[in-house]
Design a protein around this ligand. Structure first.
Ligand SMILES: CC(C)(COP(=O)(O)OP(=O)(O)OC[C@H]1O[C@@H](n2cnc3c(N)ncnc32)[C@H](O)[C@@H]1OP(=O)(O)O)[C@@H](O)C(=O)NCCC(=O)NCCS
Length: 334
């Protein structure tokens, strides 16, 4: 009699909620203070507007708001969570971790947690880390938040970056998956030789804050856009192909690719390389711009609410970010 190998335990996303600040900043708003135009921004990036936090809004308040919505949607209380991982490059402060602030703000009495720094791949890496806590049996309910208040680290005088980024947050709940469902595989890698192409030069132990670093505007994000663009276009497609082929799958088997949202041209080029119609790449770029760790939950929620991802569908999440960091995750939606 043939023996069947028992399926390994898996984690699944069993809840999803997001939060974006109310204030909308359009391309026309930016063109009032910067040498740019709606036409340039739309044709070069696909972005039409983004959100900006109000005074007092922080990464912790946005992440906390997304988590409150998640708990309400799943009818869970603050005592029901066991671990919380917050992916962000804009923590409220260097320490304590934003996870500690959210734990305290929401009164999550049974929850431990930490922050994870992997820039635009942060949500994906946190998902992988959180899933291991569920799969190992250590915890039943783990929350992963991707949240970034990019307006805190964007130079309002730099037209090459100020038009790209926005603020937002998303939270997912991870629990044991039903058979055949959940997170099936991941392929992540980092290439630190890209460290100077997308970074914040000062404020860490290398260049602590000083009058000179402030005068030199070194506490803002700096980017070598063309290098990052090329890297993203090749890596996103390669990463998805590697992940799919080692699972005996091809892009045609995937209902939806949910990519990190940086530039519509990167998404279209990735779709072309994969031989996928452009509408199989989820996009919310026009509305939110690049919200760093929040782009994947925002795009995922949009695709689910639109009925473009349904139970049983194969989905690939893929991201490229500062570091460089690269990652793709394969899942069967539950
Ligand atoms: C940043 C980015 C949009 C720039 O687009 P691009 O087509 O590469 O544009 P370039 O950098 O070649 O610049 C072309 C021209 O537009 C100008 N320009 C740049 N930003 C502009 C703006 N907001 N408005 C008007 N002109 C602008 C440049 O100064 C340049 O002018 P020049 O030819 O006179 O020197 C693009 O490179 C990009 O999206 N890179 C990847 C970003 C990314 O993925 N980041 C996050 C990764 S997690």
């Amino acid at each position: 009699m043939p023996t069947t190998t028992p399926e390994p335990p898996r984690a699944a996303i069993t809840g999803l909620a997001t939060y974006v600040p109310a204030r909308v900043v359009t391309n026309a708003d930016l063109a009032r203070t910067l040498d740019t135009s709606d036409e340039w921004i739309v044709t070069r990036t696909g972005i039409r507007e983004r959100r900006a936090g109000a005074p007092g809004e922080t990464t912790a308040t946005m992440g906390g708001a997304a988590l409150r919505r998640l708990l309400a949607a799943r009818q869970l209380g603050p005592d029901d969570l066991e671990a919380l991982i917050v992916a962000t490059v804009t923590p409220d402060m260097v320490f304590p971790a934003t996870a500690c602030l959210i734990q305290d703000d929401l009164g999550l009495r049974n929850t431990w947690g930490f922050d994870l720094s992997a820039a635009c791949s942060g949500f994906l890496y946190a998902l992988t880390a959180g899933a291991q806590l569920v799969v190992s049996g250590a915890h039943r309910r783990v929350v992963v938040i991707g949240a970034d208040l990019m307006s805190a680290i964007i130079d309002p005088l730099d037209r090459t970056t100020a038009v790209l980024f926005g603020d937002g947050a998303g939270a997912v709940l991870l629990e044991r998956a039903e058979p055949g469902h959940g997170l099936l595989d991941f392929f992540h890698r980092v290439d630190g030789s890209g460290r100077h192409d997308l970074h914040m030069p000062a404020g860490g132990s290398l260049r602590p804050a000083s009058a000179e670093t402030v005068a030199g505007r070194q506490h803002f994000l700096r980017q070598n856009g063309r290098v990052v663009f090329k890297f993203a276009v090749t890596q996103m497609a390669e990463c998805v192909e590697t992940l799919l082929s080692r699972n005996g799958l091809s892009p045609a088997d995937v209902a939806m690719v949910v990519p990190h949202q940086a530039n519509q041209r990167i998404l279209d080029a990735t779709a072309d390389r994969l031989g996928l119609p452009h509408d199989r790449m989820a996009t919310v770029l026009a509305r939110y711009g690049n919200t760093t760790a929040a782009t994947l939950p925002l795009a995922l929620e949009d695709a689910v609410l639109a009925g473009r991802i349904r139970r049983g569908d194969l989905v690939v999440l893929v991201a490229v970010g500062a570091g460089f960091t690269v990652g793709a995750t394969l899942l069967r939606w539950q």
